[in-house]
Design a protein around this ligand. Structure first.
Ligand code: DX5
Ligand code: ZN
Length: 218
């Protein structure tokens, strides 16, 4: 079994102080930093690109877990690798040639992940398992923080867990993760939890510490 990881999503942080926010969650118990990249095309929201990732890279030495919600994704993989992402996750729905996109990530020396929207069956990853370091199962429709957890995905976590067998692949869940939903996804086989609003609510480093601890204790 893989170590449990809590990855605060900086989407819910104060972007006017992004570097400080990254440093704060690092100090207050984050295992990884989750960075949501949105293009206004694959998802109905726009966030940031490689220059911002690069700008905050110095604020934390922890794993930068980059969730690319962009199409096309292949032309930007190298730029995100150079900006300092450690894990690069692309959506199966956002690339026509998923195997090629994963090879492009591996060619940069970074870890490769695939994300699946709530409605996407787990079969999408059946023939790329040996290229994967991480599977990201969305428990909301991607685009925004603060949405409600979609419980139907819990069964998909179980199926993905069975598919990956003893391969060293993290199962990450993203969307609506709280102290209430975290135990359900962990019980189903997830080991990495992304949490945005549940970590950043309150808005101070003391809140982040309590919020991260509440998820971990749950
Ligand atoms: C949604 C993003 C998530 C988001 C989660 O498209 O991928 O990472 O920040 O936010 P919460 O935890 O508030 O649902
Ligand atoms: Zn995300």
């Amino acid at each position: 079994t893989r170590p449990i990881v809590i990855a605060p999503s900086i989407l819910s942080s104060d972007f006017s102080r992004l570097g400080e926010e990254v440093a704060a969650v690092d100090r207050m118990g984050a295992d990884w930093i989750h960075l949501d990249v949105m293009d206004g095309h694959f998802v109905p929201n726009i966030t940031f690109g490689p220059p911002i990732v690069k700008a905050v890279r110095g604020a934390s030495a922890k794993v930068f877990d980059c969730h690319l919600m962009i199409t096309p994704c292949d032309p930007y993989i190298e730029a995100f690798a150079e900006a300092g992402c450690d894990v690069i996750t692309v959506h199966a729905e956002a690339t026509t040639h998923l195997d090629r996109s994963l090879q492009a990530i591996k060619a940069t020396g970074k870890k490769a992940g695939v994300a699946l929207n709530p409605s996407t069956p787990e079969d999408a990853i059946a023939y790329v398992l040996d290229r994967l370091d991480l599977v990201l199962l969305m428990t909301v429709n991607p685009g925004f923080g603060g949405q409600a957890f979609i419980p139907a995905v819990v069964d998909k976590i179980r199926r993905v867990k069975a598919m990956i067998g003893d391969r060293p692949i993290d199962i990450e869940v993203d969307g609506g993760v709280t102290p209430e939903t975290a135990p359900r996804v962990i019980a189903a086989g997830a080991n990495a939890l992304v949490a945005g609003s549940a970590v950043f609510k309150g808005g101070t480093p003391e809140h982040y510490e309590r919020n991260i601890a509440a998820i971990r204790d749950a």
